[in-house]
Ligand binder design. Structure first.
Ligand code: 3PG
Length: 261
């Protein structure tokens, strides 16, 4: 009897219940450490600090959200973003061209921060990472996708919109989440309110962000950076207006720097 009571206590202590499934506390600690490592960056053998993905996002202030319909546009688009001083792209898995576009961008511009967006399945995570994606973004909080990325130590920025989802992210040790669709769900005011109880979380609002409201977002210290497609709009890409894209990327990154000081 005493042995069974002891076993019961051990089991309760070792298992943390989350609504979708249960994970061992030991696993959570591992998750927390891996993500903390990403958030803080790591030092290389020479002791030089390598910026984490989150730090690179913060330094740029803006993450271009890209929808590419044709792989031929991948290289000129990457070139335009690099020329504009915004060497970063979240290439969304909304088109068949996404995987190959990530591969091209990552190969031609190895220093560019290329990741995959609109990732909905673990199969897409694998395809994106094999193609060279350095980070994964998803529009919503899918525990299967999030936990798979955490297990594989792949930087993941899942979308959330409610405190319940924020709780899921915090429970897993995530430090940064996407807030999507930002404008439609109350923008900065909602982020500020939600950040109050979840003090460790930083947000990447995306959806409806533009040059017009970038200052409102980036002035909030709970916001790491903003995602947006305004500088890489599909019609500009289709028309081959890469100089214009470079110019708009430059404007975006300069405004972000001005706001952040
Ligand atoms: C996204 O995919 O994250 C958003 O659709 C981008 O939103 P925007 O086009 O309003 O910037």
């Amino acid at each position: 009897m005493i042995y069974r009571m002891f076993q019961c206590i051990v089991n309760i202590k070792d298992i943390v219940s989350v609504p979708y499934f249960t994970v061992k506390t030991e696993q959570l600690r591992k998750y927390d450490m891996s993500l903390k490592a990403d958030f803080l960056g790591t030092a290389n053998k020479k002791g030089e600090k390598k910026m984490s993905i989150a730090e690179q996002f913060a330094a740029l202030g803006v993450v271009p959200v890209v929808v590419l319909n044709d792989v031929k546009d991948a290289e000129p688009l990457a070139d335009a973003l690099v020329k504009g001083g915004l060497p970063c792209a979240e290439v969304t898995f909304r088109t068949d061209a996404a995987e190959e576009s990530i591969r091209i961008m990552a190969q031609k511009y190895p220093d560019m921060l290329v990741g995959a967006g609109t990732v909905l399945t673990i199969e897409q995570v694998d395809r994106a990472v094999n193609a060279g994606a350095k980070f994964i973004v998803s529009p919503g909080f899918d525990p299967e996708v999030v936990d798979y990325c955490i297990e594989k130590q792949i930087p993941i920025f899942p979308g959330i919109i409610t405190p319940s989802e924020a709780a899921q992210a915090v429970k897993r040790g995530l430090k940064v989440v996407k807030f999507f669709p930002a404008e439609q769900f109350g923008g900065v005011a909602t982020i500020k309110a939600m950040a109050a109880p979840y003090t460790t979380l930083k947000f990447m609002p995306t959806g409806g962000v533009s040059l017009k409201n970038l200052k409102d977002y980036l002035s909030c210290d709970k916001i790491l950076c903003c995602g947006g497609s305004w500088m890489v709009k599909g019609d500009l890409v289709k028309a081959g207006e890469f100089d214009k894209i470079a110019q708009m990327a430059k404007e975006a990154v300069e405004l972000a720097k001005e706001i952040r000081g």
